[in-house]
Design a protein around this ligand. Structure first.
Ligand SMILES: Nc1nc2c(ncn2[C@@H]2O[C@H](COP(=O)(O)OP(=O)(O)OP(=O)(O)O)[C@@H](O)[C@H]2O)c(=O)[nH]1
Ligand SMILES: [Mg+2]
Length: 354
């Protein structure tokens, strides 16, 4: 408590009132309730991308230093994807003109310095190849073996390989670096102090999840809709459909005793890629049991049902589903406004006010 004695000068009184304001602010912070959110889901479902968007939308975004720290990751993503693409082109013996055969050789022979990839020649070679329709078709035939952002990075290859490259926010959102361990982001939402945890979704990482299972208020479970035709790569479970794996993981989470009181928010993510894929991959090739009309809306409803039907949702949670494109900030802004309502209602319910 601050004692206010006789105030002789204006300066003194200003100082004291500033001190009081600071104390009140600190007290309010102490009083504001902490609300814990876990981002869960299989690997590659978009958890860290959501976490990046939350950082953009609810904190000061990325510092210049943080932006520059993405350069090695982005260049590695481009390099690995380009090498992989050249391998597919070779395996399939895709017919090419002499100029593009030379471009393939440049990519094949390229050896970067560790963490660095500043050959403008490499950038131009991959960008030129990416304009060839034979190459694009070859990529789409093999896209389940590439990272989802490969086409984005091929398109951006020239900029990414220039010596004075500075990543754009879109580049950062498209970058792929599998999470190891647990990372936390904190921000305030009305009277709530939110602590959001992002974890690694690979099978080997999931054993660490338990360390953040205590006192969880909400779970945001991310699903990649684009996984409906993909198989797992991990040993012992290779060939298992990745969407089915995601359903099994969701089942184990929402029926766990840890989360009886938690609100469950479901993000059906990568809607942009999913919609595009359905134009050339028949859904029924992978889910023959689907008998509805073959359009994006019905297929999305079918997938949602796979997650929320009573045989999965045995604890009868209220599940709050959203269709998301995590790389699109405006989409996540709208979705998060709705999520905010869920969080605020849930926090009031917890103190018996709703
Ligand atoms: N086009 C598109 N790409 C997305 C979307 N969501 C995520 N991605 C991309 O998918 C890749 C994987 O996303 P991450 O956020 O790293 O996935 P994660 O769930 O954190 O993966 P782990 O850390 O391995 O568990 C990244 O390259 C993202 O840019 C989306 O909605 N649309
Ligand atoms: Mg991650």
């Amino acid at each position: 408590m601050v004692m206010i004695g006789a105030l002789s000068k204006d300066g003194d009184s200003r100082k004291i009132s500033q001190k009081i304001e600071k104390q009140i602010e600190a007290q309010q912070k102490k009083n504001s309730k902490t609300y814990k959110i876990l981002l869960l889901g299989a690997s590659d479902s978009g958890k860290s991308t959501i976490s990046k968007q939350i950082k953009i939308l609810n904190t000061n975004g990325f510092s210049q230093e943080e932006i520059m720290s993405f350069i090695p990751v982005i260049r590695r993503n481009l390099l690995d994807s380009a090498k992989m693409l050249i391998k597919f082109v070779g395996n399939e013996d895709v017919p090419l003109d002499p100029l593009n055969i030379h471009n393939c050789e440049i990519i094949e022979r390229f050896i970067p310095n560790p963490g660095e990839l500043v050959s403008t020649m490499f950038g131009k070679a991959i960008f030129d190849l990416w304009t060839v329709s034979n190459i694009r078709r070859c990529m789409y035939r093999n896209d389940s073996l590439l990272i989802d952002s490969a086409p984005y990075f091929f398109q951006r290859a020239t900029a990414i390989c220039s010596p004075d490259y500075v990543p754009s926010i879109d580049d950062i959102l498209h970058s792929r670096n599998s999470t190891m361990g647990i990372s936390e982001i904190s921000f305030s939402l009305d009277h709530l102090q939110i602590r959001m945890f992002d974890v690694g979704g690979q099978r080997t990482e999931r054993r660490k999840w338990i360390y953040c299972f205590e006192n969880v208020n909400s779970i945001i479970f991310c699903v990649s809709l684009n996984d409906f035709d993909k198989k797992l790569f991990e040993r012992n479970v290779a060939n298992r459909n990745r969407l089915l794996e995601s359903v099994a993981l969701f089942d184990s989470i929402i029926n766990s005793q840890w989360f009886v009181e938690s609100s469950i928010i479901l993000f059906l993510n990568k809607f942009d890629l999913f919609r595009k894929k359905l134009e050339h991959v028949p859904f029924t090739d992978h889910f023959p049991q689907f008998s509805g009309k073959n359009n994006v809306k019905n297929i999305t409803k079918f997938i949602l049902w796979m997650f929320v039907n009573p045989s999965v949702n045995r604890q009868r949670h209220n599940i709050y589903p959203h269709i998301t494109t995590a790389v699109d900030t405006s989409n996540i802004k709208v979705v998060f406004a709705a999520v905010k309502e869920t969080i605020l209602q849930h926090s009031l319910k917890e103190v018996g006010m709703f």
